[in-house]
Design a protein around this ligand. Structure first.
Ligand code: DAH
Length: 334
């Protein structure tokens, strides 16, 4: 009888391994431990055993019953926890949790940061809520200067505003870190304007500033080229035009051939085939002075990369509003 018990136990354990749902488990329990179950029948036979065998076998039979009851309970719990799916199997390959992804703007920002870090630039952040002084005056744009009109501005009370460009950090950084200085400042900027496929009230720029002794336009062009080849991983057609910004002299507009339409003309490049990507120039002596730097000793260049535009070029996005839309169908593509 002892042998019978051991064999029955083995068989029950084997069948238990295949238990996938509560119903199957319940049926199994009735089959073996129920009133007319196989184990119960064996237990009933104990009373017919010889006197000397009874205690030993009886004890074993009860132990087996208790053990199996416990195992049934445990298996039931596991099945419930895994909601009727398979019990946890440590030998199965892991499943990858669905994670979110970085916004395309963040991805490109990180790429540009990496390219500049290699050139010895540091990455800085600064306030989005800014004073009139840092956003305009310190950049050689005094009150009543017409250049202010080119940047539609969200004014707050007390002469503060939402920064219209990342250039607001130029003088802040010179004041704080002095020279020599090499830094980039990526961030969100704001303009009070009507939105369309290529304009939004909120977008991203990445400002760069390098000030040291003997910095010239050659340095500026070399850095711009290194940046563009790092971002696009390919040669991009560029052109330099003279451009006016009160805080640089001379000032330039660096354009790249539109990658959305390959120069044929589309809504992104306003049918011109070229996209203004990066205004830049040599830092104006007045700006250096505002930063406490002697323009006779030091010179530098600055650029204002349109990060949002760069992202649109890189991923051929033809509507700027998608970037801020929070539309998962758009975001999941990156
Ligand atoms: N801050 C200017 C804008 O948003 C862009 C700019 C132009 C930045 C020339 C620069 C620069 O650093 O040198 O319109």
């Amino acid at each position: 009888m002892e042998k019978k018990l051991e064999e029955l136990k083995k068989q029950i354990l084997k069948e238990l391994e295949t238990a996938k749902d509560s119903q199957f488990l319940a049926d199994l329990k009735v089959k073996y431990l129920g009133r007319k179950g196989e184990l119960t029948n064996i237990l009933k036979e104990v009373k017919n055993l010889a006197k000397e065998e009874k205690p030993k076998v009886g004890k074993l039979a009860n132990e087996v019953k208790q053990e199996l009851t416990d195992i049934f309970t445990k298996t039931e719990r596991i099945i419930k926890q895994t909601k009727g799916t398979k019990a946890f199997d440590a030998t199965m390959p892991g499943t990858k949790k669905k994670q979110g992804s970085l916004h395309p703007l963040t991805q490109v920002q990180y790429e540009v940061e990496e390219a500049f870090t290699k050139l010895g630039f540091s990455v800085y952040d600064g306030p989005q809520l800014e004073s009139d002084f840092y956003n305009f005056t310190s950049l050689n744009i005094p009150e009543d200067h017409p250049a202010r009109d080119t940047q539609d501005t969200f004014w707050l009370e007390n002469n503060h505003l939402l920064r219209t460009h990342t250039s607001n950090l130029q003088v802040r950084m010179l004041e704080k870190h002095g020279v020599p200085f090499r830094g980039i400042f990526p961030g969100r900027v704001f303009r009070y304007e009507a939105t369309d496929a290529s304009h939004d009230h909120t977008f991203h720029q990445l400002e760069g500033l390098m000030v040291d002794k003997d910095i010239n336009i050659g340095n500026l062009i070399a850095v711009m080229k290194a940046l563009l080849s790092a971002v696009f991983q390919t040669d991009v057609d560029v052109r330099l035009r003279p451009g006016f910004f009160p805080f640089v002299e001379p000032g330039f507009e660096l354009d790249i051939k539109c990658l959305v339409c390959e120069g044929k003309g589309c809504s992104v490049c306003k049918q011109s085939g070229w996209v203004e990507l990066m205004p830049c120039g040599m830092v104006h002596p007045e700006v250096l002075k505002f930063g406490g730097i002697d323009p006779n000793e030091y010179s530098g260049f600055a650029f204002g990369l349109g990060l949002t535009r760069l992202v649109m070029m890189k991923y051929r996005i033809d509507d700027i509003r998608l970037l801020q839309s929070g539309d998962l169908r758009f975001l999941k593509q990156f």
